[in-house]
Design a protein around this ligand. Structure first.
Ligand code: ZN
Length: 391
């Protein structure tokens, strides 16, 4: 641009045929449909200046809305819309930051998830110290970010006192109370209502698939371990990254992946006062085909109801998926020691434990919470000063 030796300056123009805004920026042309642009108008008539919330509804915007004129300002583009003459002033930074052209070309994992196999963790699970977690907000944000990126984090030296698991959950969100109570005890019980409360092996699973919505975060706090604390003594915990496993299944056996993602499976839980049912695919995809959630639990799966041929196809895929989830190369194992508190994404990470002898009674306390609260906490802890706008 002649005479402009400073930062790249974008030039706005109207695309006559469609009435869209076009912005020449950085050697590219960014196109903004008039209806989209008008819906995102930041003026005080369109966006409440106090809450930052939108005041209009899409039906309030003229259907034949088009960009009529544009004018360039140093930091803004002023747009006038036909047919009603509404005027909007968009910052250049906002427009380029919300460009539509090129969106979606990026890696589907661009939301920051780091998928892992056992070897990728290199013998070091993401962990943190409870005291530092409490005292340092930046450190706390980083540990919680591990749950978002890797699916879990282990907090060490959490006080070995009953009920503390609720304190941990409340550092980042709200406890999700269920029929098991605000918290549940995982230990050997004489008349267990759930196989978790025995000393048997529990294969990789997600919790509570019979709820809709499922609790998206689970915490497990160790009050007493099963053995001397060495791997091999029994009662080891194992974790599997279900998103990594799903990527492997998609790659190795697309047919199995298709039936596992395309079949609605029912799960149930029944006890004296509870009758829970939920029906969802074992691997949940978003409309772009990206893996959004894993639901897997052989203990609470109900008989599959589907046409005969679909059941046959499903069982082949189901077997492949279950076998894959049990591969050693995917599973990281460790023994929970008293004071350890594991926080994990129950929509992504499957957990398991080996059998143990009941001579030294293992005792964990667990509770549920949700990822939206955890992510909100991370976002607030990571805020630039004074960046708040409600929406
Ligand atoms: Zn407006």
């Amino acid at each position: 641009m002649p005479g402009d030796t400073g930062s790249m300056r974008e030039t706005a123009s109207v695309r006559a045929a469609t009435g869209d805004l076009e912005l020449a920026a950085d050697g590219r042309t960014l196109r903004f449909p008039a209806g989209w642009l008008r819906d995102n108008c930041p003026c005080p008539l369109c966006l409440d200046p106090v809450t930052g919330q939108r005041l209009h509804d899409i039906t309030d915007i003229p259907e034949d809305c088009a960009v009529a004129t544009t004018s360039d300002e140093p930091e803004h583009i002023v747009v006038t819309f036909a047919p009603d003459g509404h005027s909007s002033r968009f910052s250049r930074a906002w427009l380029t930051g919300h460009a539509l052209d090129g969106y979606g070309d990026s890696d589907p994992r661009a939301d920051g998830k780091q998928l892992w196999r056992k070897a990728d963790l290199d013998g070091r699970i993401p962990e943190g110290d409870w005291r530092a977690y409490l005292e340092n907000p930046g450190y706390r944000a980083d540990r919680l970010r591990d749950v978002m990126r890797k699916g879990f984090v282990m907090l060490r030296d959490v006080p070995v006192a009953a009920g503390t698991v609720l304190t941990v959950a409340r550092t980042f969100g709200y406890v999700r109370e269920t029929n098991y109570g605000a918290l549940f005890d995982v230990r050997v019980e004489p008349a267990p209502e759930n196989l978790a409360f025995t000393s048997s092996e529990i294969t990789p699973h997600t919790d509570n698939p019979y709820r809709d919505p499922v609790p998206t975060v689970q915490l497990l706090h160790c009050l007493r371990s099963a053995g001397p604390g060495d791997v091999g003594a029994g009662g080891e915990s194992g974790l599997v990254d279900g998103f990594m496993a799903a990527a492997i299944l998609r790659d190795e056996d697309p047919e199995a992946f298709a039936v596992v993602t395309g079949t609605m499976c029912s799960f149930g839980y029944t006890d004296n006062g509870t009758e829970l049912r939920a029906c969802q695919p074992l691997i949940h995809l978003d409309p772009r085909g990206r893996v959004r959630g894993i639901r897997f639990n052989n203990r609470s799966a109900l008989p599959l109801r589907a046409p005969y041929d679909e059941v046959l196809a499903f069982y082949a895929g189901y077997r492949r998926w279950a076998a894959l989830l049990r591969r050693d190369e995917l599973r990281v194992e460790f023994t929970l020691k008293p004071g350890d508190c594991l926080i994990f994404d129950n929509t992504r990470v499957l957990h398991a434990r080996t059998a143990f002898t009941a001579t030294e009674p293992r005792h964990l306390q667990g509770c549920y919470a949700d990822l939206d609260g955890l992510e909100s906490t991370v976002a607030v802890l990571s805020r630039e000063p004074r960046s708040w706008t409600a929406r």
